[in-house]
Structures are given as C-alpha cells and as structure tokens.
Design a protein around this ligand. Structure first.
Ligand code: HEC
Ligand code: HEC
Ligand code: HEC
Ligand code: HEC
Ligand code: HEC
Ligand code: HEC
Length: 300
C-alpha cells in the first residue's frame, strides 16, 4: 500500500514501458517516458494536446494523474500490467469523446480529487481541503496510525504527545470498517447499491457475507490473514492454518466448524475463488468464503 500513489519519476512501470499507445475512435493516446520524465499526449491527427505526468495511482494498474489547471485530471487510458498495455478505465468504455479536449480526459471535481488522494496518499487532505504541499505519496504509518508521527516526534523531544489509537485492539468488525475506509465497508457497498461481480473487490463486504464470519471472533479478521505492514502473501498454502483454526480435521477444542470432505490443504484455492473484474483486466480474490461450484451464479 506504500506505493498506492507514486511520483512520476519513481514509477517503475513507466520506466520499463517507455512508449505506450492506444487508439480509440479518431483519437490516439501516447505515454512516452524519456530521461526527464513522462508525457501524455492525445492527437486527432491534426492537433495534439500534451502534458507532463505528475503522479501515478495504483500498482495493479495505473491511472496517471496529470497536473493541469486543477490539481488532477484522469485520462481515459489506463495501463494494465496484466496485459501490459493501455486500455480504457473501467466504466469509461461508454464514453465517446467529440472533441480533442474531451478525449484528453475528464476533469475531476474537487470532491473526487480529494477522495482519490484521501485513499491513496498520506497527509493529502486536512480540514476537508486538499493539502498537496505536505502530501506523502502512498499509505504511510501516519495515514493509519493517526498522530503516530507527531507522537514519535514529541517523545524524541521529551514531551508527551497525543497517544495513537491501538489498532491491535479493534474487534474484527471494527477492523473491517477500518480497512473499509478505503476498501469499502459493508454499509457503503449496500448503500451505494454496488451489486454484481464489481463488488468482489470490496473484501469487507464479501467477507461479512460469508457463513464463516462472526464480527466478534478474532480468528477471522482482515489482520488474521494480512499484515498491513508487509506485502500481500501470495498463494493459498500460507492461509490454510487460518481456516484450520476453525475447521479442524482434528478434535482441537478451538476448531469447532465442520471439516472438508474433499481436501486437507490449499483451502483458499477452492473456497476463495479468483474472479476477473468485468472489463477490468484485474483479478480479485472472493472473500465470501464458500463452496463455489462451477456454473453457480455469483452470490451477492
Ligand atoms: C488509507 C487507505 C487504505 C487503508 C486504511 C487500507 N488500505 Fe489496503 N490498500 C489501499 C490502496 C490504495 C491499495 C492499492 C495499492 C496499489 O494498487 O498500489 C491497497 C492494497 C491492499 C492490499 C493488496 C496489496 C497488494 O500487494 O496487492 C492488501 C492485502 C490490503 N490493501 C489490505 C489492507 C488491510 C488488511 C487494511 C486494514 C488493516 C487496509 N488494507 C487498509 C488503501 C488502504
Ligand atoms: C474509498 C477509497 C478510494 C478512493 C476514493 C479512490 N481509490 Fe483508487 N483504489 C482504492 C483501493 C483500496 C484500491 C486497491 C484495491 C482495488 O483495486 O479495489 C484502489 C485501486 C486503484 C487503482 C488500481 C486499480 C484500478 O482500479 O485501476 C487505480 C488506478 C486507482 N485506484 C485510482 C484512483 C483514482 C484516480 C481515484 C479518484 C478518482 C481513486 N482511485 C479513488 C481506494 C480508493
Ligand atoms: C494500512 C494501515 C496501516 C499502515 C500503513 C501502518 N499500520 Fe501499523 N497497524 C495497523 C493495524 C491494523 C494494526 C493492528 C495489527 C493487528 O491487530 O495485527 C497495526 C499495528 C501496529 C503496531 C502495534 C500497536 C498497535 O497499534 O496495535 C505498531 C507499533 C505499528 N502498527 C506501527 C506502524 C508503523 C511504524 C508503520 C509505518 C512503517 C505502520 N504501522 C503502518 C495498520 C497500519
Ligand atoms: C482467511 C484469510 C483472509 C482474510 C480473513 C482476509 N483475506 Fe484478504 N486475501 C486472502 C487471500 C488468500 C488473498 C489472495 C492471495 C493471493 O493473491 O494469492 C487475499 C487478497 C486480498 C487483497 C488483494 C486483492 C485481491 O482481492 O486478491 C486485498 C486488498 C485483501 N485481501 C484485503 C482484505 C481485507 C480488507 C480483509 C478484511 C475484510 C481481508 N482481506 C481478509 C485471505 C484473506
Ligand atoms: C472464525 C472461524 C472460521 C474461520 C477462520 C473460517 N471459517 Fe469457514 N465456517 C465457519 C463457520 C462457523 C461456518 C458455518 C458452519 C459450519 O459449516 O460448520 C463456516 C462455513 C464454511 C464453509 C461452508 C460454507 C457454505 O456456504 O456452506 C466453507 C466452504 C468454509 N467455511 C471454508 C473456510 C475456509 C476455506 C476458510 C479459510 C479461508 C474458513 N472457512 C475460515 C467458521 C470459520
Ligand atoms: C479441491 C478443492 C477443495 C479444497 C482444496 C478444499 N475444499 Fe472444502 N470443499 C470442496 C467442495 C467441492 C466442497 C463441497 C463438498 C460436498 O458438498 O460434498 C467442500 C466443502 C467444504 C466445507 C463444507 C462442509 C460441509 O459439510 O458442509 C467446508 C467447511 C470446507 N470445505 C472447508 C475446507 C477447508 C478448511 C479446506 C482446507 C483445509 C478445504 N475445504 C479445502 C472443495 C475443496
């Protein structure tokens, strides 16, 4: 999460892909990286518009933030690493730009700009205003441990500062809501009516819908399986022990739920299937733990 937002000159993907292009209708999009930085250009054959790229959002794919009149502008082309090419931002396929300016990108409102930085960066928003001068790209300690840096600073100066909240004391339900500030809470998914496969990316919602989940049982919480201070651990095997804490094959006192008749390891491979977002070139892991049978509709 530390690289949820990176400055353009520290973007490894742009460096290894120095020339990216996409043609949509009568417009051509080009992202070119030279030693002195990256530029984004759109042409209609006769005229072109070009600006330097200032920020990149996301690791799985990249939305490039361009500083123009307003702080941020999102262009229709995104870089998807799984296909190593530019493609249209999810949801933007239905847009049919009529002018070069429209093709160049949609200008984000102040509200949207604040929300992008609020979830992808640290110290970017304060008192409901965008504070990009003090912004640190990515999700750093301070973003999750409010007051952590001021606290460390105060201690080093021999003063007592504000004590940061102890995140380790949160219940699983509170942890889901905490991570859900950015990964979407159950309430938000329901309120915004985010139905269908698009909600597979909202893990707090999916997990709460699983029969395994009980907001008070610490054996199933975001932090049981993920350490927010480390990279995501890939593969199913490392998670087996988490399942077996409840679904024991043995008569362990703590393992109270039924055991599997089919297999004794690799649980997540079958019970947390991977789904590709429609049109997104992105794969997510379904956190609604369940018996997933081929051909069954997506439970929602
Ligand atoms: C301030 C917003 C924010 C909070 C709070 C947050 N995340 Fe994230 N998280 C992100 C963003 C943004 C990304 C995408 C990063 C990227 O694409 O580079 C991400 C990515 C991840 C990933 C995938 C990393 C990878 O390598 O693919 C995991 C796992 C994750 N978060 C777990 C958690 C957990 C668990 C919590 C709660 C303890 C949490 N996050 C809280 C914003 C947040
Ligand atoms: C509610 C918090 C939140 C807001 C607001 C938000 N993001 Fe994200 N974004 C995330 C999280 C969490 C991930 C990683 C997991 C995922 O893809 O769902 C992510 C992933 C991404 C990715 C990589 C995957 C993808 O969808 O392409 C990009 C690019 C991105 N965000 C750009 C933006 C931009 C630009 C904005 C503002 C218009 C924005 N985000 C607003 C939380 C947020
Ligand atoms: C994405 C959010 C996130 C980020 C970023 C983050 N932490 Fe944490 N941190 C947590 C959560 C959640 C816990 C509770 C972990 C648990 O219960 O296993 C925690 C626990 C801790 C603890 C144990 C005390 C406590 O609050 O429970 C310390 C110390 C800590 N983090 C330090 C750091 C430092 C230093 C950084 C920056 C290098 C950092 N954290 C970045 C979310 C985060
Ligand atoms: C029982 C274990 C388990 C729990 C609990 C869990 N996850 Fe995961 N999570 C996984 C596994 C397994 C993966 C996929 C690892 C891989 O890529 O091989 C994953 C992947 C992710 C990813 C990367 C994107 C994706 O969907 O593949 C994010 C983000 C994430 N989890 C967030 C969360 C959040 C937030 C919570 C709490 C609501 C949570 N997880 C609870 C097991 C768990
Ligand atoms: C906190 C304890 C707990 C954890 C951790 C847990 N489960 Fe469960 N799980 C349950 C309970 C309780 C049920 C429902 C009653 C039962 O089947 O015994 C259940 C039900 C299930 C079901 C049947 C669901 C259905 O729709 O019929 C499957 C499959 C399952 N769990 C797999 C897993 C896997 C795989 C993991 C690890 C990724 C896991 N569980 C982690 C407690 C847990
Ligand atoms: C190869 C795929 C696969 C793997 C790996 C796997 N399961 Fe299953 N599991 C299934 C299938 C299929 C069913 C449904 C079986 C049936 O209905 O007879 C099932 C059923 C279950 C059930 C429901 C049991 C019941 O009686 O209702 C639970 C709980 C479960 N698995 C947990 C686990 C756990 C925990 C692991 C890892 C130790 C695991 N599974 C590994 C495929 C798998």
């Amino acid at each position: 999460m530390a690289s949820a937002l990176v400055l353009q000159d520290s973007n490894p993907v742009l460096k290894t892909h120095p020339k990216l292009s996409l043609r949509r209708g009568m417009y051509s999009y080009l992202i070119e990286t030279l030693n002195n930085g990256s530029t984004y250009t759109v042409t209609d054959g006769n005229n072109s518009n070009s600006v330097p790229i200032v920020w990149s959002f996301g690791l799985k794919s990249q939305t490039l933030g361009l500083r123009i009149r307003r702080p941020l502008l999102r262009e229709p082309g995104e870089l998807f690493r799984s296909i190593d090419a530019l493609d249209t931002t999810i949801g933007d396929n239905s847009l049919h730009p009529q002018t070069l300016l429209e093709a160049f990108g949609r200008e984000l409102s102040d509200f949207e700009t604040k929300s992008c930085f609020g979830c992808h960066a640290t110290n970017a928003v304060s008192n409901d205003r965008l504070t990009l001068d003090g912004m640190i790209p990515g999700i750093k300690c301070e973003r999750c441990h409010t007051g952590a840096e001021t606290h460390a600073q105060a201690i080093s100066e021999g003063k007592t500062g504000p004590i940061p909240g102890k995140l380790g004391q949160l219940t699983p339900e509170e942890t889901s809501n905490f991570c859900g500030q950015c990964h979407h809470t159950w309430e938000r998914v329901v309120r915004d009516g985010l139905r269908g496969e698009i909600n597979v990316r909202f893990q707090p919602y999916r997990m709460a819908n699983s029969k395994c989940y009980d907001g008070g049982d610490r054996r199933l919480s975001c932090t049981t399986c993920h350490d927010p201070h480390r990279e995501l651990v890939r593969g199913a095997a490392p998670y087996d022990a988490k399942c077996k804490a409840c679904h024991g094959a043995s008569a362990k006192a703590s393992a109270t739920a039924k055991s599997c008749r089919v297999a004794t390891n690799g649980c997540a491979n079958c019970h947390m299937p991977k789904l590709e977002l429609p049109g997104g070139h992105m794969v997510f892991t379904d956190h609604q733990i369940r018996v997933a049978r081929a051909g069954d509709p997506y439970p929602n």
